[in-house]
Design a protein around this ligand. Sequence first.
Ligand code: SF4
Length: 703
Amino acid sequence: MAAASTANVDSRNTCKACALGMGGQKGGRTNELGQFPQICRKSIQANGSDLQAPIPAEVLEQPLAELRRLSGLELEHLGRLNTVLYKSAAASGYRPIPWDEALALMASRFKATAPDRTFFYTSGRSSNEAGFVLQLLARLYGTNNVNNCSYYCHQATSVGLQATVGTGTATVDLEQLTKSDCIFVVGANPASNHPRFVTLLKDCRDRGGQVIVINPAKEPGLVNFSKGVGASEYVQPKIGSDQWLFKGIAKAVVDGSATDRAFIADHTEGFGAFLADLENLDWPDIVVHTGLTEGQVRSLAAVYQKAEHVVFAWGMGITHHLHGAANVEAIANLAMLRGMVGKPAAGLLPLRGHSNIQGMGTIGVKPALANEVLSHLEKAYKVQLPQAKGLDTLACLNAAADGRMDVALMLGGNLFAATPNSAWAQEVLDRIGFKVFLTTTLNLGHVVGMEHSEALILPVCARDEEQQGTTQESMFNFIRLSDGGPVRLDNVRSEVEILCGLGEALLPHSPVSFGLFRDHRRIRQAIAAAFPSLGALEDIDETKREFTVAGRLLTRPQFATPSGKAVFVVRQAPSSPATAEHPFVLASVRSEGQFNSIIYDEADKFRKTETRWCVMMNRQDIEALGLAPGGLVDVASPVGRMEGLTTHEYDVPRGNALAYYPEANVLIGTAHDSRSMTPAFKSTAVSIRPSQRRPIPAAVPPP
Ligand code: SF4
């Protein structure tokens, strides 16, 4: 399998895993600078999954109750889905049905439903072409309830960056990153989630640069990148204290007279209020909230103010909080303070998750289109599209909880596993009367939340099995062209083909010809016409030229804000969510053996955990419970419990704990950042007590 999957990643297709970006026309194992070889285990695992044999029919026809006994890992390893499956509301399980019957049923359910009682959701696995057709189809049908999984991860980034520098994505590309002399890595564990990014960190250290890691957990893959080279500074603030820390660094930079006064005067606004906020900030408060000493914070400031080209990279340790957007603004403020945005080799770099999640937002898989895009589509197709903003992901599930959502289409992903508060997620997903899933493999989202509702599962081809080219966008705003390749299974279809079929059946008189969109080239032409920044898609089939989305990179201090200036934003830094009843703050984390909600391995080779049913804690906290590492605990939050978790000694601040996502979603409520609606997956107050129970490696919360 390993040899075959390694050969497979050499094809001219975008890597199927993370958004760092490998492959495309430069060939697999090649990055955006043409550097070769670039490969990681995540990529091989994703390819290996697609090379699996089809799941036998008798497995698929088991009662749902049996399938629900399987863990996410076991479901992933059942094999590829090569069968169209249907479950009626009353049935206890799925049964195979023909494609024609499935497509007719899907169209009839949408036809019979008011558009505002439906929603369309995508993961970042799908192509720009499928995403564009999906969002246009939804809007022509009559709803803006169109969203993607980034509403659960990096929407806080989009909101925070828009408020400060007027963009929602990275301001630097890979080439600029390789010229920086200091990289901050904040609230991210790229060793597990973006493995080749660690090579870039090592390269920075090798050329004499500094790498500052800010992470409550001491992650071995960041302590040591490779060959004894690791982070130059590694600080572990308490979970959720980022704004205190960034304000502290800013205060020290101001004290050291190391601000870029010319940049601030010429290219920013709001600095007066920002400065006043820093002046009112007391060091003892920074120390109490972060758990760091004043000396540690000043030391980071000293490194920062010596560097000339600084890139700030961050992950969901920043966004998964009640104040995620404000956390991102705090990073942007710090960058502006020294003019580290709007010049070459410096800037802001959100570490995006799935390989095309950024592309999904770019081509309109979101609840509101930009005015110019909306008006272009209306003029081009002589249609009126819905104007009111649609619902994002969490809002769609809240609507389902209220009985206001009847039909949903999921293009990839695992909405159940991705949603906080698993018990609630299971219940509200089951309230959606009809769900249709387009997928390559089975996951928990296909078997949980299905007990009383009707569902269709449609097997689709993988990216490298597409019969026509598709495109994807990396976290550096780079658009790649994937060639596709031979189909490995005999009963899978292209996502575009399925969506076009739905469009024709649902909207037979539409001025948009979904039949013509079966030709991917025509979709790319439509995208190029609607989105000027993607104009180069128009002839990419001839030129094969991959490109950076126009207008995204900020190498000059010109910001797409109303004033054209970057904006310092002042927010009140938050307090810890811990309470007397729930005195620990728990963050959910991904392991080395998983990618997003997909579990490939039970063990985490970096953290040396053997089971995912564990909680990672400071040794002193374990001992304070009267236990030794390995002892069992029950963890409870206001919304749920996990019983019999194995304690694993880990270097985190006292009072903080980590548990694996998605299992820990049992504990995490639906509280979210009010500005971005990003749930607070990484700041849940919990109690942790010794357990009398045996470990319960359950995929869903025990009843
Ligand atoms: S780092 Fe990301 S893009 Fe690169 S090979 Fe690994 S999974 Fe693929």
